[in-house]
Design a binder for this molecule. Structure first.
Ligand SMILES: *Cc1c(COP(=O)(O)O)cnc(C)c1O
Length: 453
């Protein structure tokens, strides 16, 4: 029998995260302090973020950053995660490609988000923080931070994107089970929320609105810090446990990926699977292709502009040099809530601009078709977000067949399962879902006032 999955033991959980910033051939432009226009320093970031997270954010020198033992100990609840050879999917496709996926859906909250939530809650606790605030789209990050905050004895308030709050009531229940307070965003509880509701009474919320509210609460509450689940460098750093484990597991399988794929919201799971492999491209040993798979309705990597932009709708965050659709961009109400974010992190944006990674945008119906095929062939119902990576992997397998490249090795990250997203699947089966293309004119208009990088 040929192996189906490749398993490591608890002792194999990485002891350090990989900091891609130390190895990039060309560094991204610095984030700017919006008040002064000067490059951000760790001191500028401390009021908002835990001190160690602020340091990691700006660390461009240490290639390896030790994972604190209490964090590693919590990872042991579900890590290492399995690497699986998707033989069922290969058979269903009739492909000669070898398809592997790293299964991050086995975490207690069902996604990769816990990898960073635990680290961020730990660092907050270490410096005596009593309260955290955050935003959540589909509820995955909120669920992860709720669990992590509870573990370290921190109170958490979560601003949840309004459309998801109503579409995904069970994620709210999960957060409440862990003891978090959950508020639908935009809300009347912050200045930023009140302004958005006054300007657009039917605003369905976006990660941008929710971030604005969470940041405002953190800045105005003593002993309170903010935690972000994607986009920033320290979040991507924590996610590199995914790729570091996968690297060893691919070795166990006796293969090395020709193509590495992750779905793309703000970039954390893509970075997590990609960066450890990317370091071998930097050193010239390998020439792996990296593909970030984003929604057609929110195409920041494939069609966004390289600009200094805010990470949030109200303009509270530092100015990030990013591929962006504009911080006021309100994406269509697609079901991959975690991918409805207007920009890409600075590092991924730079890598894309320098041609070191690729991106594809994928229409919603194609992702659900891929998800259904995956569920029926592999048995796991994927998160709508992860389905973008599956759809991209299927495209790559078909391309390999068309090119006669039998044995091409494709690795994707299964960022989460979809068992709490079945309402989205129902709507797909009912024929209620549509594709949304963003007109060029909208992207031009939304990015018009932003400074070029
Ligand atoms: C949040 C989320 C994403 C998107 O976020 P990234 O930071 O781009 O990884 C993707 N998949 C799942 C399951 C998520 O919860």
């Amino acid at each position: 029998m040929e192996s189906k999955k490749f398993l490591l033991t608890e002792a194999d959980i990485p002891t350090a995260w990989y900091n891609v910033q130390a190895d990039m051939p060309s560094a991204p432009a610095p984030m700017l302090n919006p008040a002064t226009g000067a490059p951000m320093t760790a001191d500028d970031l401390y009021p908002l973020f835990a001190r160690e997270c602020a340091r990691q954010e700006l660390n461009t020198t240490d290639r390896w950053i030790t994972i604190p033992e209490p964090v590693r100990d919590m990872y042991r609840i579900w890590r290492p995660t399995p690497l699986v050879r998707a033989r069922g999917l290969e058979k269903a496709l009739g492909t000669g490609a070898h398809i592997y996926f790293k299964n991050e859906s086995v975490s207690p909250v069902g996604s990769h988000k816990l990898n960073s939530a635990i680290a961020q809650a730990y660092y907050a606790k270490e410096e005596g923080v009593t309260n955290l605030t955050t935003e959540t789209g589909a509820g995955q990050w909120g669920a992860a931070l709720s669990m992590a905050a509870r573990h370290f004895g921190i109170d958490l308030a979560v601003y949840m994107v309004k459309v998801s709050y109503h579409q995904k009531p069970y994620r709210r229940s999960i957060m409440q089970t862990y003891g978090a307070e959950v508020i639908a965003s935009p809300s009347m509880s912050t200045r930023a929320g009140r302004k958005i509701i006054t300007d657009t009474p039917n605003h369905q919320g976006s990660l941008g609105t929710a971030i604005s509210e969470a940041v405002e609460l953190a800045m105005s509450t003593p002993g309170c810090k903010y935690a972000l689940g994607s986009v920033l460098n320290h979040v991507s750093l924590h996610q590199t446990v995914i790729g570091l484990e996968a690297e060893r597991q691919m070795e166990m399988a006796g293969e090395y990926p020709d193509v590495v794929i992750g779905c793309f919201g703000g970039g954390s799971n893509f970075s997590g699977i990609a960066f450890p492999f990317l370091r071998h491209n930097f050193s010239g040993e390998r020439s792996t292709r990296f593909i970030a798979a984003e929604p057609e309705s929110c195409p920041k990597l494939t069609r966004g502009k390289m600009r200094y932009d805010y990470g949030d709708e109200a303009g509270y965050t530092p100015l990030i040099p990013m591929l962006t659709l504009g911080h006021a961009f309100a994406p269509a109400n697609i079901h991959a809530g975690g991918l409805r974010y207007h920009g890409a992190g600075a590092v991924v944006s730079k890598l894309k601009a320098d041609g070191l990674i690729d991106a594809v945008d994928i229409a919603q119906l194609e992702t659900f078709e891929a998800a259904t095929l995956f569920a029926r062939s592999e048995g796991i119902i994927p998160a709508p977000e992860s389905s973008h990576a599956i759809a991209a992997a299927i495209r790559e397998a078909r391309r390999a067949d068309a090119e006669g490249a039998a044995g091409r090795v494709i690795l994707f990250n299964l960022s989460g399962h979809g068992l709490i997203d079945m309402a989205s699947y129902d709507r797909y089966y009912a024929g209620d879902l549509a594709d949304y293309t963003v007109p060029d004119s909208q992207i031009d208009a939304e990015t018009a006032g932003l400074r070029e990088v």
